[in-house]
Design a protein. Structure first.
Length: 397
């Protein structure tokens, strides 16, 4: 039958009503022009990622090391702690340490690396953001924040009850549609990779940034141990009360890599060291998948893996694991006012495993000696860390 224009005038409105009714029945909504896959939450949303780095001692538990002595690649505009006259000083805890001196003398079990807080909202927000660190000290942050902690001394992090700090950003302005001017000091830094997301820019004072950034060092138990057995295997144990969403045993020897993945990990398992036939690109995909499953957006997960692309996959043996959110909340209580409707906190634990071949290799000792703590030969420690101290002291002058 031929459909005339007159018939179309009658049929078209009826078809439109039918389409709307079908959409209502299925709970769908029409796709509007210009729609995309960008995260557009309907209420204030906060996402955070970070890393807890530890070193396995002979018993597999996190051991003391020199967590501030890693490569100093933060931009010069990032602020860091400094002992001042108002800081509480206790003689029994030893000498006060400057930021540079702490790199060579401060021992602790955990390096809290690069937590960043992202914000999303359909409207302008004015927030107060506070992070407590009951068992550690905040070492770096940006933009400017109010930081409260005692003077850092040699034994602050190894004396029970001596550590404890917090930082607070007041009047954090989250403004959709703004045109921020992000700081840069012209040096190469992994810091900038964290900006490659769809998060809204924030302004604190007169400084713009894509996130709130902080780092720290602490002494607190992590929910994982990793021990090299006499047979050359790796014994991994979940020492906490919650299932660990995923663990990855990783090894890089001579530029060849291998890895094993286990999910919803409880109890203990002894793993063969992986065959060195893996692919870094595939491992990156696996890690990003795990991070998005924890609640991060895809670009956030990619930014995190990109930030640590060198140190995560460099030569050595290590275990990565996702920390349960309840554990993160206990270690680092977060308070945002007004409270967000949605909050995601994705932290990756990284435990370095010391192997006999490393202890026999002078080049490895020099490069990775900071992980050895008391096991590092004193002569090598003196020369290596004096050089590093000079680097830290002059990097931003």
């Amino acid at each position: 039958m031929k459909v005339t224009k007159a018939m179309l005038k009658v049929i078209a409105p009826a078809l439109f009503v039918l389409a709307i009714a079908l959409l209502a029945m299925t709970g769908s909504s029409p796709v509007t022009a210009g729609s995309d896959d960008l995260p557009r939450p309907d209420a204030l949303t906060v996402h955070e990622w970070g890393t807890f780095t530890t070193v396995a001692g002979p018993d597999g538990q996190a051991a003391d090391w020199l967590p501030l002595s890693g490569p100093n690649d933060l931009p010069c505009f990032v602020e860091h702690f400094g002992n001042n006259a108002l800081s509480k000083y206790i003689p029994e805890l030893g000498a006060r340490l400057t930021y540079a001196e702490a790199a060579t003398r401060l021992k602790a079990k955990v390096r809290m690396e690069t937590p960043v807080l992202y914000f999303y909202s359909p409207r302008e927000e004015n927030l107060n953001v506070k992070v407590d660190f009951p068992s550690g000290l905040i070492s770096e942050w940006y933009p400017h924040a109010d930081v409260g902690q005692m003077a850092l001394q040699e034994n602050t992090l190894t004396t029970k009850g001596a550590a404890g700090s917090h930082l607070e950003w007041n009047n954090v302005r989250v403004k959709p549609g703004s045109t921020p001017k992000f700081a840069s000091d012209g040096r190469v830094s992994h810091y900038y990779a964290a900006r490659q997301t769809d998060a809204l820019p924030v302004r604190v004072g007169d400084k713009d940034e894509k996130f709130l950034f902080y780092r720290g060092v602490g002494n607190f138990p992590v929910p994982l141990s990793a021990e090299l057995t006499s047979s050359g295997k790796i014994s991994v144990a979940n020492t906490g009360g919650d299932a660990i969403p995923a663990i990855v045993l990783f090894e890089n020897r001579g530029g060849k890599i291998g890895y094993r993945v286990q999910r919803e990990f409880r109890g203990q398992v002894t793993l063969d060291r992986p065959k060195l036939d893996g692919d870094v690109a595939l491992l990156r995909q696996e890690l990003e998948k795990t991070l998005t499953e924890s609640g991060l957006y895809a670009k956030e997960a990619h930014a995190m893996v990109e930030t640590w692309r060198d140190s995560w996959f460099e030569e050595r043996t290590r275990v990565f694991y996702m920390l349960p959110k309840r554990v993160v909340d206990q270690i680092l209580p977060l308070n945002v006012k007004p409270a967000p409707v949605h909050t995601v906190r994705s932290f990756v634990g990284r435990m370095e495993v010391i192997t006999p071949d490393m202890l026999k290799d002078p080049l490895a000792l020099k490069k990775y000696g900071r992980f050895l703590g008391n096991q590092l030969p004193q002569a090598l420690a003196d020369s290596t860390y004096q050089s590093f101290l000079n680097q830290v002291s002059t990097a931003c002058k």
